[in-house]
Write a new protein. Structure first.
Length: 160
C-alpha cells in the first residue's frame, strides 16, 4: 500500500498516471497496478466530484441530523446504521461520541422535504430516542475543498 499515492489521489483523483508517476517516483505501470490493487482491496472506495450546489439555481437543501438511539442486542449500532444508510436522502452516516449516537447528513429539494424525511422515516424508527436537526445554511469547505471561491459574505458587521 502506497500512502503517498493514496494522499495524492485524495487531493485530486484526476491526476493522470503520468503525473502520479512523476510525483511518486514509480513507473506509470506501477502506479496503475497499485491503484487497481487498492481498489480491489477496498481501500479506494470511489471517486467523486465536489460540487458547489449553492452556486446553482437548483440548489439542494442539506441538514445534519443527530440521532440518539438504543443499541440493539447482539448487533449494537450496526443494524441501525445499515437501515439508515439505505435511504436515498442520506448522504453520510457516522457513529459518534457525545450526547448523540449518530450524525446523519441528509439532502432534499426543500427544507420541508428534509423535515418530513426526519419526521416520517428517521424519528419513528423503533431504536430512535430523539433527533436534532440542523439545516446547513452555507458550506465554506467540504472534503478539503474551499467552496468560497473568493465570495465574501455581503452581510455587514454591526456592533452594539
Amino acid at each position: 500500500m502506497n500512502i503517498k499515492l493514496l494522499k495524492l489521489l485524495s487531493e485530486n483523483a484526476r491526476y493522470t498516471l503520468n503525473e502520479l508517476s512523476v510525483m511518486t517516483g514509480l513507473t506509470e505501470n506501477q502506479v496503475e497496478a497499485e491503484v487497481k490493487e487498492m481498489e480491489n482491496q477496498g481501500l479506494i472506495r470511489g471517486y467523486k466530484a465536489i460540487i458547489d450546489w449553492e452556486s446553482l439555481d437548483s440548489a439542494k437543501v442539506s441538514a445534519i441530523i443527530e440521532l440518539k438511539v438504543t443499541p440493539q442486542r447482539d448487533v449494537g449500532f450496526e443494524q441501525i446504521a445499515e437501515t439508515i444508510m439505505k435511504y436515498n436522502e442520506v448522504e453520510s452516516v457516522y457513529l459518534m461520541s457525545g450526547t448523540y449516537d449518530f450524525c446523519v447528513i441528509v439532502k432534499g429539494k426543500t427544507f420541508q422535504e428534509v423535515a418530513m424525511f426526519v419526521a416520517k422515516r428517521l424519528a419513528p424508527m423503533e431504536a430512535v430516542i430523539s433527533t436534532a436537526t440542523h439545516f446547513i445554511l452555507r458550506r465554506y469547505k467540504e472534503c478539503d475543498i474551499d467552496l468560497c471561491g473568493g465570495n465574501v459574505d455581503d452581510r455587514e458587521n454591526y456592533s452594539l
